[in-house]
Design a protein around this ligand. Sequence first.
Ligand SMILES: NC(=O)C1=CN([C@@H]2O[C@H](COP(=O)(O)OP(=O)(O)OC[C@H]3O[C@@H](n4cnc5c(N)ncnc54)[C@H](O)[C@@H]3O)[C@@H](O)[C@H]2O)C=CC1
Ligand SMILES: CC(=O)C(=O)O
Length: 301
Amino acid sequence: MSPHKVAIIGAGAVGSTIAYTLVLKNVTTEILLVDVDQAFLEGQVLDLSDTASVSSCKIKSASLKEAGQADIILVTAGAKQKEGESRTSLVGRNYCILQSVVEGMKPIRSDAIMLMVSNPVDTLTQIAQELSGLPMAQVFGSGTYLDTTRLRGLLSHILDVDSRSIHAYVLGEHGDSQFIPWSTASIAGRPLIDIQEFQKMDKELVRIKVAGKALKIIKLKGATHFGIGACASDLCESIILNKNQIRPLSVFVPRLGCYLSMPAKLGTTGIKEIYEIPLTEAEEELLQASALSIMSVLSRV
Ligand SMILES: NC(=O)C1=CN([C@@H]2O[C@H](COP(=O)(O)OP(=O)(O)OC[C@H]3O[C@@H](n4cnc5c(N)ncnc54)[C@H](O)[C@@H]3O)[C@@H](O)[C@H]2O)C=CC1
Ligand SMILES: CC(=O)C(=O)O
């Protein structure tokens, strides 16, 4: 394998789970972990280094400057939601953290790929792109990839089909204004709207369960981290192995003027193409409303 460095800023629940998943995948040669809490960081690095028996990936603590020279930079640093709190309420605190992280990494390698995870992810991705000066194709957020995984998992249970064989997306904001374009969902080329079990399904209940899953987990255990660990490490693998996978990611959509989730092709150079799904008029309205909601958060910072 050619040498590949992945830097993870923020070694908390999300950052360490992404690191652990990447170590087990064995797709990168080195992981650099960065955190403001040096003792905690040392503990996380020591603990993660005990995975050496199953992986040749080396794990080290690093400075922001070193992280700025990695092939892929993931940002997971920042405050997380408390029970009942929305992602957008984190924007002020996480904007300040992001600003210090990006400044600390400068000069950032001009071909680095920056993957944003901290919330509110759409707003912070736009800010990260502006602050870093990296091209838009190289800065994107995990967006509604996790929500889409949640949707497919729920549909798999209801329709009794493996979730990876269900083509359905959650689009828009990774937040309250996200929506499901049901008209585009399919299994083996058959639109879901033509399938009897789907017609009987309570679609509003599915939407509420998908959009509310993060807060349900936070209420029960304080944080979500396994799902995003799987999603973010899959995205790193797609970049490192130039897999050209299509994933719903927070990307800049010029006609909407902001970052939000759309299916996008991901490879070594970052976002290679955005695939705008053909939407019904009602779905297009939901997309526009989601863009407005993201832009109103952006205008608060
Ligand atoms: N996009 C998504 O799908 C998801 C996003 N998240 C978001 O990820 C973020 C992190 O969540 P957790 O890991 O659970 O929180 P956490 O509290 O466990 O970890 C955050 C870490 O960031 C570190 N940190 C704070 N300021 C820093 C700075 N200036 N430089 C470097 N490190 C710094 C803290 O010391 C801490 O270790 C939150 O914003 C959360 O909402 C969480 C799950 C899914
Ligand atoms: C916390 C968060 O954004 C999620 O689990 O979806």
